[in-house]
Write a protein that binds this ligand. Structure first.
Ligand SMILES: [Zn+2]
Length: 527
């Protein structure tokens, strides 16, 4: 029984969890099965390559009168990994039923769960700070009691983190739970936040837990089951989810996609290639027998969840999880907010992202500024100021990579690249200042960017270029202005350094030889 990590990007990772009943890939969502209303069989799970499911141990215990309950795999008709929830949530809902932590542990051991959950006390959405504090303390007490009573060593137990929307309590809970050796940690109470689309608070909660838990252990998020959220939650460090949403949505004709939920009745064609959508039209499914319709939707909804999880795993392997977030953020305003909140944790995301990536990256929009590679580039830039006290030649860097191979200014760059009194710096609409020494390094040379023509972005990049050139303490600056961005850089440069210290050459009118002559003249004046 183990958790092995194969690839990482942001706080996300691709891993394998091994239990006594088999292995499955993470990020993973446990489809929550109702033991008394089984609609899917082993054949479906095998076909969809779903290697682990979850069911509720409390409901199972309540419904079984036999003194010796059967193995949970037999009950569910599922021969791979089965996780069981302690049912703490139901216990609270049905009103303070007294079940001892040890009883739930013993029951999960008896039915042969592969992954179990101790009996925690969910904080919920509406708890005040003192109630939240109590749920954290009580969950810790129950964790200690549970750890005492465990007898089987072949079950992976989840240690739940509580605290709800009270982030200090979430942090404290995570710190307390991490002192106790659980193979998996889990974060509770996010369901209402997801239902009310408060994804920003959800993101903060996940970060509060994640930053205080052991890095090498998987993190489970209770009750998350919509594919639109998976990329963001994985990027923040969640490895596991569980949900019955796929079935609850199916019951009311809701069709899950990576871009949101649709009503079956509103659809004309299925764009999904899954087996449940392949041979019928939405109208045919809608008009079929209600049981068949529900089954189709259940199957499709699971395919939608799992294909998104596979897409996320591929994105992590390729080092392109950020690009996936950029595109998913654009499917709904609430996800844009979620992404904005994820971006506020960019420092944390950076510290977990591999320095070397298998593929180049894309600079897509202003939000790409917060990606780990951009953060690292700016840090590297601030350290690369050994070119001080020279004449700085500022050239446009935009049409091709590396910038010094751009035919428009290649001759100019070549003429002064080795000149001891000249330092060359490009101005790029994606990266701002790019000194020629960094022109061929990652990520500059491996990034595909585009000129967004965005006035605000031009302005902030023009200011970045000016600030960087200032750190070089230049004798003088020769700027080759080209296009709107060039004009912005000119304005920013002149405003800060003064008109007399900046020579501006019009790159759109002057031939390279004329530029070279002007630069030579200026260097001789400087000397
Ligand atoms: Zn489908």
């Amino acid at each position: 029984m183990s958790f092995q990590v194969h690839a990482k990007d942001l706080l996300g990772r691709v891993g394998t969890i091994r239990t006594k009943s088999g292995a499955f890939d993470t990020p993973h969502m446990f489809p929550v099965l109702d033991p008394y209303h089984q609609v899917l069989d082993q054949k479906f799970f095998d076909g969809a390559r779903i290697g682990a499911v979850m069911t509720n141990a409390y409901l199972l215990k309540r419904g079984q009168r036999a003194s010796e309950p059967p193995d949970v795999h037999t009950t569910l008709g599922f021969n791979k990994s089965v996780a069981t929830d302690s049912g703490a949530y139901q216990i609270l809902q049905y009103g303070g039923v007294q079940v001892k932590p040890a009883e739930i542990i013993e029951y999960q051991e008896r039915i042969g769960s592969d992954i179990g959950v101790i009996l925690d006390v969910p904080t919920g959405f509406r708890s005040d700070p003192s109630r939240a504090r109590w749920t954290v303390d009580e969950t810790v007490r129950r964790a200690d009691a549970a750890l005492e009573s465990m007898t089987r060593e072949d079950i992976l137990w989840m240690g739940p983190v509580q605290g709800g929307v009270h982030l200090r309590e979430v942090e404290r809970s995570a710190r307390e739970m991490s002192k106790r050796d659980f193979p998996i940690y889990a974060l509770g109470s996010p369901t209402e936040l997801m239902e009310s689309q408060r994804y920003d608070i959800l993101a903060d909660m996940v970060v509060a837990a994640k930053s205080n838990l052991p890095k090498g252990k998987p993190l489970h998020l209770f009750g998350a089951g919509h594919p639109v959220l998976f990329p963001f939650l994985v990027a923040l460090g969640c490895d596991l989810f569980d949900s019955a949403a796929y079935a609850l949505y199916a019951r009311v004709g809701r069709y899950l996609t990576s871009e949101g939920t649709q009503l079956l009745g509103d659809m004309v064609e299925f764009a999904c290639p899954c087996p449940a959508c392949a041979d019928l039209s939405p109208a045919e499914v809608l008009n079929s027998d209600p049981k068949q319709r529900e089954l189709r939707l259940i199957q499709h909804n699971l395919w939608a969840c799992f294909s998104e999880l596979r897409r996320i795993r591929e994105a992590i392997r390729r080092g392109r999880l950020w690009e996936l977030l950029e595109s998913r953020a654009r499917v709904h305003p609430a996800l844009m907010d979620c992404f904005a909140r994820v971006r506020t944790h960019s420092g944390l995301l950076e510290s977990f992202t591999p320095v070397v990536k298998p593929h180049g990256i894309f600079h897509l929009s202003a939000s790409s500024e917060d990606r780990p590679e951009a953060l690292r580039y700016r840090a590297k830039l601030s350290r690369s100021t050994d070119e001080r006290g020279k004449t700085v030649l500022v050239l446009p860097g935009r049409w091709r990579r590396p910038f010094h191979e751009d035919p428009r200014y290649q001759v100019v760059a070549n003429s002064f690249d080795d000149h001891r009194n000249v330092s060359i710096c490009y101005y790029s609409p994606s990266w701002g200042p790019v000194p020629i020494e960094l022109d061929e390094t990652f990520p500059i040379a491996q990034a595909e960017g585009r000129d967004l023509g965005d006035a605000d972005l031009y302005q902030s990049k023009a200011e970045d270029v000016t600030l960087f050139v200032m750190t070089l303490r230049p004798r003088s600056v020769i700027l080759v202005s080209h296009g709107d961005f060039g004009r912005r850089v000119t304005e920013a440069m002149r405003k800060t350094l003064g008109k007399r210290r900046v020579v501006v050459l019009d790159g759109e009118k002057l031939k390279p030889q004329a530029i070279i002559k002007s630069v030579e003249r200026r260097i001789s004046t400087d000397a």
